[in-house]
Design a protein around this ligand. Structure first.
Ligand code: FAD
Ligand code: N01
Length: 542
């Protein structure tokens, strides 16, 4: 790396899997690139989210890159779904294998990115005041990279240690002999709670909305299974790319309805048949029914089966009742899978505070004051999620043509063409941006597709002496309308659903369904068609 150099073909913001693969591809294309990363090392999500229990819920065989056949052959995953340390090892291995660190500046937060009309270049500024100029700027800033800490009165008064699952200390936290309070029961909390409970003297869980979660049935991968998977990689990758969510399910199949395609209809079953299924198979019985995802009445029957299984699993009836999700459909939020989540509530050292009975008033020096009483503990964990999809982009002062600010363009919610570009912001790309399948998919499949598309676009421009690319307003409007249309009528946009997909977890954020629900296969076809039709919907200028 030449430290003094500040002009590049491309500046990339973020060194998670997106930024890492981008750097590799850009180099292969013979382009000069610099990656700027706020963290001290690579890995993004897997660098920041080191909370106990953190792991992937996509089969590791599939939550991995396909771009290098050698990497794919060499890397040996140990479990069906890898834990955070193993995924971070994988990121580090990639950084070393492809010598990526030499073009990444760590501990460098980008604060602004301005397009200069006179130069037709982006000027990118960092928190240390350094400035970079580049023809292209790619935001690989992540969809879940800005932790959300709710503004609760008195938060600063808490005298003990405070942690956020999304910004966990690299050295870890020893919870032994500690009384711990955790706020939130989303995916992160559901992974962390069973592990913290095993260590802590006592754990108090503050739950505002109970979640739907299915048992993960994670297990080690046998040598034989791994060998077979690696030998079948070409086929697995092809299927992933053509699928709805980028997952073939290689390695899933844990017994019961986990093994079957959802083909049955819950609406055709009787109450006693459903009860018998719950008795036999537990939560996973629900997976056999195809209509649950489509029909609100079917969905409610599935929710009822779900609650029956909670009753069966939880010893204390009051705790069981508190854990039962009601009033919103199953499948409207990001699916959650767990290991020993409900079992944990049968432990003597775990208590659940159902905030539906009375919310949090204040945080005090030694606990949380709710409308139901005061709960004491000495360590506080926020498992309160992220300002998702738009958060990282809107934290940067991004200005396009004529100084237009991205936050203004997105005042009523994010607007993009294909989740790749924004009208008025030439030569700025977003990886897995709003309007693309992104968080509704196996992200590594979507990241590879976006990075390939972006790099090939930049190469095309170079080879044809083109300076600028930008979507037309009409193409952007049409795409935004299409993204909304396909989400309409799905469980995702049910009026009772308050998911981060809709921005509903952040006060004041416009309620818009942000990712594209049309599926990674269809989306890929659309992106390829756009290119085949001479970058239809984009304006490319010499
Ligand atoms: P990130 O990994 O988020 O990386 C973005 C990087 O950009 C970060 O390192 C950040 O520091 C940096 N950055 C942001 N803003 C700036 C700035 N202004 N200046 C400099 N640097 C900046 N996806 C799945 O498909 N399957 C899973 O099982 C799965 N599990 C997950 C579990 C957790 C706990 C979380 C939080 C997410 C999970 N995801 C999962 C989604 C996950 O984010 C993606 O799979 C993937 O890792 C995203 O990679 P990325 O490089 O696009 O973004
Ligand atoms: O965040 P969340 P997360 N008072 O937003 C609660 C990925 N991920 O970090 O539902 C009290 O889901 C909030 O309550 P409510 C995955 O994409 C994947 O857990 O708003 N509670 C909720 O319970 C996931 O979807 C894995 O009522 C408050 C919780 O905090 C995404 O990351 C693992 C509150 C936040 O849940 C985010 O998951 C981990 C308040 N003021 C993460 N504010 C895998 O397994 C918020 N809450 C792959």
């Amino acid at each position: 790396m030449k430290p003094s150099q500040s002009e590049f073909d491309v500046v990339v913001v973020g060194a998670g899997f997106s930024g890492m693969y981008l750097l590799h591809k850009l180099r292969q294309a013979g382009l000069s690139a610099r990656v700027l990363e706020a963290g001290k090392d690579v890995g993004g999500t897997w660098y920041w989210n080191r909370y106990p229990g953190a792991r992937c819920d996509v089969p590791s065989i599939e939550y991995s890159f396909s771009f290098s056949p050698e990497l794919q052959q060499d890397w040996q995953w140990t479990e069906v779904m890898a834990a955070q340390p193993e995924i971070l090892d994988y990121a580090n291995h990639i950084a070393e294998r492809f010598d990526l660190r030499s073009d990444i500046e760590f501990s460098t937060r980008v604060t602004s990115a301005h397009f200069r009309d006179d130069e037709q270049r982006w000027h990118v500024t960092t928190d240390s005041g350094k400035e970079y100029a580049a023809r292209f700027c790619v935001m690989a800033t992540g969809c879940l990279s800005v932790p959300n800490t709710p503004q609760i009165t008195g938060a600063d008064n808490f005298a003990g240690d405070v942690f956020h699952t999304g910004n966990w200390p690299a050295e870890g936290v020893d919870f032994s002999a500690r009384r711990v309070g955790i706020i939130g029961t989303g995916s992160s909390a559901i992974q962390a709670i069973p592990v913290i409970a095993e260590q802590a003297e006592h754990l108090t869980v503050f739950q505002r909305t109970p979640n739907y979660t299915m048992p993960a049935h994670n297990r080690s991968l046998s040598d034989e299974f791994r060998k077979q998977a690696i030998a079948n990689y070409d086929e697995i990758r092809q299927q992933q790319r053509e699928s709805q969510v980028g997952i073939v399910g290689y390695g899933f199949g844990f017994g019961g309805a986990d093994n079957v395609e959802p083909t049955e209809e819950i609406l055709q079953t009787t109450a006693s048949e459903r009860a018998a299924l719950v008795e036999e198979e537990g939560f996973v019985a629900i997976r056999r029914f195809a209509d649950v995802a489509l029909d609100p009445e079917a969905n409610e029957l599935a929710c009822d089966m779900y609650r029956q299984q909670i009753s069966r699993m939880i010893d204390d009836p009051e705790t069981a009742e508190a854990l039962m999700p009601r009033d919103y459909p199953m499948g409207c939020k990001r699916p959650v899978i767990d290991t020993n989540y409900y079992e944990t509530y049968n432990r003597d050292n775990v208590s659940l505070v159902d905030l539906r009975k009375g919310g949090i008033d204040t945080i005090t020096a030694n606990g949380v004051q709710t409308e139901q009483g005061h709960y004491e503990f000495d360590t506080l964990v926020y498992a309160t999620g992220f300002d998702a999809m738009t958060g990282a982009l809107q934290k940067i002062d991004i200005r396009g043509r004529s100084g237009e600010r991205l936050v203004d363009h997105w005042e009523a919610g994010p607007r993009t063409y294909l989740g790749l570009q924004v009208n008025g912001f030439p030569n700025l790309f977003t990886v897995t941006g709003p309007g693309s399948p992104s968080v509704l998919s196996n992200m590594l499949v979507s990241i590879e597709q976006h990075v390939d598309w972006i790099t090939e676009c930049i190469e095309h421009m170079r080879d044809h002496q083109l300076q600028l690319i930008e979507p037309t307003l009409a193409a952007e409007e049409e795409w935004v309308a299409h993204v909304n249309d396909v989400a309409e009528g799905t469980m995702f946009t049910a009026p009772s659903c308050n998911s981060w997909y809709l921005g509903a977890n952040i006060p004041g954020k416009p309620r818009i369904f942000m990712p594209y629900v049309g599926g990674v296969g269809e989306y890929r076809k659309k992106c390829d068609e756009v290119v085949a039709n001479d970058y239809q919907g984009f304006v490319l200028t010499a």
